[in-house]
Design a binder for this molecule. Structure first.
Ligand code: MN
Length: 207
């Protein structure tokens, strides 16, 4: 089988300072993401019949995975998928206002960029314990804000994620401790709108 491997970030661990600190990025990527990948590979070894199935299809159809291995695939495959998307939604010297088609869609579906930020913050704050806040595209091409617990991914619900913010404490605790809202506010300084817009266009094109 092809084992999944941890891919280097497209930027240095300190690239997102001061908004996301270097130590958090390093531990998050090298330890947390690596653990999801290692456990995902271990789980896949037990279901060789699924080893050539793309990760997206596997996560979209968890019911087809044998029950004894389903949670391991869901949590660790979801963890790998979500983190890959997360790293690629951020960048050095990014932030600013939405651009391109995603900017138009945000205004159309939420009224304004400020309104979207409020909705994301509410979703992130309301997520009890660990999980994610998302902007996703539904089957009708409409954007929606939602959150998922643990490492559940929008694709498990038939949605296409445009970007997600990791709200597990491991994503912010070293710098922000209990202040999840401050972390969310700061995260808008690192969002890579070009990458997010490209993912939005891909999602729209695949409806
Ligand atoms: Mn994480």
């Amino acid at each position: 089988m092809t084992k999944f491997q941890l891919v280097d970030l497209p930027y240095a661990y300190d690239a997102l300072e001061p908004h996301v600190d270097a130590k958090t990025m390093e531990v998050h990527h090298m330890k947390h993401h690596q653990t999801y990948i290692s456990n995902f590979n271990s789980a896949l070894e037990k279901v060789p019949q699924f080893n050539d199935v793309p990760i997206e299809l596997l996560l979209m159809d968890l019911a087809s995975v044998p029950e004894n291995i389903r949670d391991a695939i869901r949590n660790n495959g979801g963890g790998h998928f979500n983190h890959t998307l997360f790293w690629n939604s951020m960048g050095k010297n990014r932030g600013g206002k939405p651009l391109g088609n995603i900017a138009i869609a945000i205004t159309k579906d939420f009224g304004s960029w400020d309104e979207l930020k409020e909705k994301i913050k509410s979703a992130a704050s309301a997520r009890f314990g660990s999980g994610w806040a998302w902007l996703s595209l539904n089957k009708n091409g409409k954007l929606l804000v939602h959150s998922t617990p643990n490492q559940d991914s929008p694709i498990m619900q038939g949605l296409k994620p445009v970007f997600g913010i990791d709200v597990w404490e491991h994503a912010y605790y070293l710098k922000y401790q209990n202040r999840r809202g401050d972390y969310i506010d700061a995260w808008w300084n690192v969002i890579d709108w070009e990458s997010v817009n490209a993912r939005y266009m891909m999602a729209l094109g695949s409806l």
